[in-house]
Design a protein around this ligand. Structure first.
Ligand code: IMO
Ligand code: MG
Length: 424
């Protein structure tokens, strides 16, 4: 296997965890390049459900190496809990199969609290996961962030934490009317995390490029999705990192010239958690029906996901900016019982038709979708393993998507289990 990126092409939760689980058995190393424990990647193996937040889901395969790159943000408490939870389930985790970039930024307690305080103050709420992701990335860009490597140097951590608390405590008390953070408590807690994590810490960029030079294959696991990307998403209803393929190089130190293939992961319909525009969102009844059939509840926060028809305007844009080589269509089986299936192919606003993803937020949030309707197949598909055995209408549906997007379909998932997949 060459060096492959799996990127979410919608608003996250496309089924990236399952796809990574399948693809990672042929890759030597799997790497997270952005995001933090706002992600929730679910994998089902022999009726056991695993939900990953920071660790790549490839960790389930023995002898495979997982890396968290510099572009990710790490909440050490959450990471240690995730490691402990996996060890309790007999998944071995050591410095041999988990490596963390020393340059990744650390989510601090004040980031988590600031996340919820900022949300509470906003008129137009984003509906964040409350994990402190936005404030942590904001500090990184403001050049006051604390990195994993800093947790291993008591002098640097002291200096940086004192600096941060001087400013943050003023904000907390004067703007938000909260109490002060205590330097001593946080300093001690985070030095402790540093000691617990130190064996995993390395220069991940050097490590990955060294392994590539030895012809090892790398799988890059995107978190979130293209329309949650800080630059290309439905801003400001986005996350705070570059979830698109462009984030791979800045988030790992692996140059673009070393990336061979990009697989876009999409659901056969669309979902979104949190607030923000969603042109093809279902009306309430169908939303509830699909939510229940697809178990569309957030893997991180448990929130019910909003559901809607497949939007080819969005995914076409995604395939352009991600340079997509192949498509993976997930959860096709969730549509099994529907009589009619629609695909959003354009937007209409004030008499004008938009065939491309509009930059103007007013258009995006107020536009009516233009639909194409296709007959459903009303037959169960989960037992099918060969493309030619799929019902005719199901093939017509995915082939229409292929045509609209101009990208070849390589995988079709028809259930949650590992083997419920059709490879073309
Ligand atoms: P995976 O990797 C779906 C959404 C949140 C919110 C917005 C900003 O499982 O696909 P944040 O906490 O990141 O500042 O929240 O982004 N969001 C996700 N939605 N899947 C995810 O990850 C998400 N991670 C963040 O719901 O709307
Ligand atoms: Mg998720």
């Amino acid at each position: 296997m060459s060096n492959v990126v799996v990127v979410g092409a919608q608003w996250g939760d496309e089924g990236k965890g399952k796809l990574i689980d399948i693809l990672s058995k042929d890759a030597d190393i799997t790497v997270r390049y952005q995001g933090g424990n706002n992600a929730g990647h679910t994998v089902v193996v022999d009726k056991q459900v695993y939900v990953f937040h920071l660790i790549p889901s490839a960790i389930l395969h023995r002898r495979k190496i997982c890396v968290i790159g510099n572009g990710a943000v790490i909440d050490p408490k959450a990471l240690l809990e995730e490691i402990d939870g996996l060890i309790k389930r007999q998944i071995a985790i050591t410095e041999k199969n988990l490596k963390i970039s020393g340059l990744a930024h650390v989510v601090m307690p004040y980031h988590r609290i600031l996340d919820s305080l900022r949300e509470a103050k906003r008129v137009n709420k984003i509906g964040t996961t409350g994990r402190g992701i936005g404030p942590c990335y904001a500090d990184k860009v403001s050049r006051c962030g604390i990195r994993v490597i800093d947790l291993l140097n008591p002098n640097i951590l002291k200096e940086k934490l004192e600096d941060n608390l001087r400013e943050k405590n003023e904000i907390f008390t004067k703007v938000y009317g909260q109490t002060n953070f205590d330097f001593g408590d946080i300093y001690k807690e985070y030095l402790g995390y540093g000691q617990q994590l130190k064996d995993y810490v390395c220069d991940a960029a050097l490590y990955l490029n060294g392994e590539i030079a030895k012809k090892k294959s790398i799988l890059f696991e995107g978190a979130q999705g293209t329309f949650l990307d800080i630059d290309f998403g439905t801003y400001p209803f986005v996350t705070s990192s570059n979830s698109i393929v462009g984030g791979v190089s800045s988030g790992t130190g692996v140059p673009p010239t070393k990336i061979d293939k990009v697989i876009a992961c999409v659901k056969a319909y669309t979902t979104r958690v949190g607030e923000g525009p969603f042109p093809t969102e279902f009306a309430d009844q169908l939303k509830e029906e699909i939510r229940n059939r697809g178990h569309e509840f957030g893997a991180t926060t448990g929130r019910p996901r909003r559901c809607g028809w497949f939007d080819s305007v969005l995914v076409k844009y995604s395939s352009i900016i991600n340079g997509v080589s192949e498509l993976a269509i997930m959860k096709l089986d969730v549509l099994d019982e529907l009589k009619e299936i629609k695909i959003g192919t354009a937007y209409r606003y004030q008499g004008k038709i938009y065939r491309e993803f509009p930059m103007d937020f007013e258009v995006l949030s107020k536009a009516e979708p233009v639909y194409e309707a296709m007959p459903g197949w009303q037959t169960p598909t989960s037992g099918i393993r060969q493309y030619s055995k799929l019902p005719k209408n199901a093939r017509a549906y995915v082939e229409r998507l292929e045509e609209l997007l101009g990208v070849k379909i390589k995988y079709i998932s028809i259930g949650t289990k590992r083997d419920e997949i059709i490879v073309l």
